[in-house]
Design a protein around this ligand. Sequence first.
Ligand code: ZN
Length: 47
Amino acid sequence: MTYKCGRCGKTFEMEDLKLIPSIMCPFCGYRVVYKIRPPIAKKVKAV
Ligand SMILES: [Zn+2]
């Protein structure tokens, strides 16, 4: 799962938030992070 810091805006990989109740940004220590939906690799057949 990828998260984005609410302050410095950096993104980082982290396990699910449920497992880490005290998640914080590893760069600035800010405790408000946003979950980023990973790009879904759809198999689209190019016509
Ligand atoms: Zn940060």
